[in-house]
Design a protein around this ligand. Structure first.
Ligand code: F0G
Length: 453
């Protein structure tokens, strides 16, 4: 059961099927363009969409809004340095600001970053600094159906080869993303992280954690890595941070906050370069683009997020939704992580080819059937077509992500999602594919317009 009771509620938007069909036509079948009050269950993202605890609201009310040196900053700094053991903590307004600042300070044209799988904004910020982001996911990640517990790992052999290879002098950083969001929310084992850290040290390359979901990663380590049975998620998290030279954090995930993030660093010279960029582009180093109340709410969220009762219930909610999907005959990316379930839309809808976007087709159908919003991670997101709409590149898998906001939906909301999945799967043959009628040149899934074919 959920280890909390509900103190403030917000009505769910209720709509009819006819209203949803009209809304989809109006937004040209782009779910990002819906008004949120046209969505009943919003599983678009787990970022910034969680419910705050009473203690977080109270901490926010006590926030100190002084421009410099606020009480809120000092509390934030204390909590974050205790967790990460990093002496230099720079607050930022969200994760991608930490990425921009770190990569601007660290990379130069021609630099390379290596990682288990860079998240899309991480990759974009590496590229904006003139660098190239190279993903080295482990081999197990390619099999969606296997229940290998640590499919988020980096391929250590390829990492070693890259650190010794002809481009080794251009490798400016290794970035381990915990959990591996781009790779289906799969965790990284402590063994893999420690070995990656050793390789980095041997080759003099700094290791950074993209720690957006560090607590969820730690929970899965305590469940599936024998050496960590009986160790608390908080202890695992502290050990993970201690292995790295720094971290990038979007507090919108495992900070359980609506906005915010930070950069944690150990190198004083790098911290100084980042601080200069922070002042120029985010804010004075003791607020970094956040209000004092945000800093307090994040500090409180970071102390709540490693609570084993909370993490167990989050894992169980994800497992419950995963089972509902399997019961409906829909394959998922196995095993389920904590922050999202990824549906294998390509397998469910074999009559829709990749360039007619099976993941997007399933997303539209879940909205029409049950008012559920989700996000495609397939060829609409990663593919390219020529001017006739014929595929140039397609995604390796056609997936649909159902993300789970923290502490927001109850098991009965998830049962509604399960019933919608079952009805949708029963009528799968009638689900149409989609044709792009307008696409923007970058990050096209946000702004594209489509029509059913
Ligand atoms: N790193 C990871 C692993 C992420 O999942 C995200 C955001 C970011 C960095 C960027 O952080 O949004 O605070 O700027 N992921 C969201 C998602 C958007 O829906 O998965 P941000």
């Amino acid at each position: 059961m959920e280890p909390y009771r509900i103190k403030a509620v917000e009505p769910l938007p209720m709509t009819t099927r006819a209203q949803r069909e009209a809304a989809l036509r109006r937004v040209r079948y782009n779910l990002f363009a819906l008004r949120a009050d046209e969505v009943t269950i919003d599983l678009l993202t787990d970022s910034g969409t969680g419910a705050l605890s009473a203690a977080q609201w109270a901490a926010g009310a006590a926030g100190d809004e002084s421009y410099a040196g606020s009480r809120s900053f000092h509390r934030f700094q204390e909590v974050v340095s205790e967790l990460t053991s990093c002496p230099y903590i720079l607050p930022v307004h969200q994760g991608r600001a930490a990425e921009r600042i770190l990569f601007s300070a660290l990379l130069s044209p021609g630099s390379i970053t290596l990682g288990n799988t860079h998240f899309d904004t991480t990759r974009a910020n590496v590229e904006l600094s003139g660098g190239r982001a190279v993903d080295l996911p482990c081999r197990e990640a390619q099999d969606l159906d296997s229940d290998e517990p640590f499919k988020g790992n980096i391929d250590l052999r390829r990492l070693k080869d890259a650190l010794c290879g002809p481009d080794a002098s251009r490798v400016a950083a290794v970035i381990m993303t915990l959990t591996n969001n781009g790779g289906g929310g799969q965790p990284v084992s402590m063994d893999n992280l420690a070995r990656a850290a050793t390789l980095c040290r041997e080759h003099g390359v700094p290791l950074f954690l993209d720690a957006a979901r560090f607590a969820e990663n730690a929970w899965l380590v305590t469940r599936h890595e024998p050496a960590y049975h009986g160790v608390s998620p908080r202890e695992v998290a502290e050990e993970a941070f201690s292995l790295a030279d720094g971290c990038l954090m979007s507090a919108k995930k495992d900070g359980i906050a609506h906005i915010g993030g930070f950069l944690g660093l150990r190198d004083p010279a790098l911290a100084e370069r980042c601080r200069l960029l922070l002042v120029a582009t985010e804010g004075f180093p003791t607020y970094g683009g956040l209000a004092g109340r945000d800093l307090d709410m994040i500090a409180q969220g970071l102390t709540e997020v490693t609570d084993p009762h909370y993490l167990r219930s989050r894992a169980e909610a994800a497992r419950h939704l995963a089972q509902l999907a399997r019961d409906a005959g829909i394959s998922i990316l196995e095993p389920p992580g904590l922050h999202a379930i990824y549906l294998n839309a390509g397998r469910l809808l074999p009559h829709i080819p990749p360039h007619r976007f099976p993941g997007h087709a399933l997303a539209c159908q879940l909205y029409v059937e049950g008012g559920i919003r989700s996000v495609e991670l397939g060829s609409l997101y990663l593919g390219k077509e020529d001017e006739n709409g014929d595929p140039v590149t397609t995604a390796p898998f056609e997936l649909l992500r159902l993300a789970l906001p923290r502490r927001t939906y109850t098991l009965s909301h998830l049962n509604h999602v399960g019933e919608t999945l079952a009805r949708t799967a029963e009528n799968r043959d009638r689900i149409p594919g989609y044709r792009l009628i307008h696409a923007s040149p970058v990050l096209r899934h946000f702004h594209s317009e489509l029509e059913p074919t």
